[in-house]
Design a protein around this ligand. Sequence first.
Ligand SMILES: [Zn+2]
Length: 286
Amino acid sequence: MAPGATSGAALGSRCEAIRSGARSAQPTDPGDLLFYVNRWAAIPSNFPVSSTSIWTPCDPGDPGTAHDLVCMPASYTYRGREALREVAFESDAPAEPATTFDGLPIGHHGKVGFKAMLDAARDDGHLLLVRSAFRSYAMQSATFSMWVAQEVASGRSREFALKKVSASSARAGHSEHQLGTTADLVFRTPQGTIYDGWDAEKMEASAPIQWVMKNAHRFGIVLTYDKDRVHVTQYVGEPWHYRFVGVTAANAMKECDLSTEEYLQARYGTGPLPPFEPHMSRSARR
Ligand SMILES: [Zn+2]
């Protein structure tokens, strides 16, 4: 056996221990990397500060602590077609924000993990950018309402719109984005444009996202909503949405083929989520 390799039996028993081993107490601090949040478990509305908006300017020089929001620099982020920063990728020149946009607020740990991963992806020829990182309770509330309003504007009943949006967008208090360790990604296509749509199949088939799915665990990052685990997570597949959980947990999830929800259910002994039957269309968004 090569040095560092794990035998199948050893791995099997380690995974079994994770699945059925000693339970840990659920952290009450949302700053804990393994804080348990989902459709049912919530984050306190004042974490870390209730008034911060996603567009609040952040200070690129702030080193931060686990509970602080810091700045994901503009060269790693994407705010729409007006702010393409492909030039920064093409040359060795320092990234130059086109506007006064300084980047996106993100938690300290999230910044460290995502920055390292995006750097490694660039080294391998893939341009990935963060389109959305930290969201406050208020911002998540506004985000959910915006998607519902969009469905209603396209002629859906409000009841249908709520069901459809609930399949893919979290209610305020229930979004991993409120932790500051989570980011939605966009990527550069072979044609050189940035893909910023919400087509899950198209995104998952792309080389940059394939790279992330293969390598994210090395940076302590995991895919939260796997299209093959809809019955577990109760959300449609979201190949753009990733959470930093630390390298130990990410490696364990990868090795043992556990989603974040399954890993945390085992860790805290919470068991499967209560039934939820939204409109689980594969073409739903967010
Ligand atoms: Zn997301």
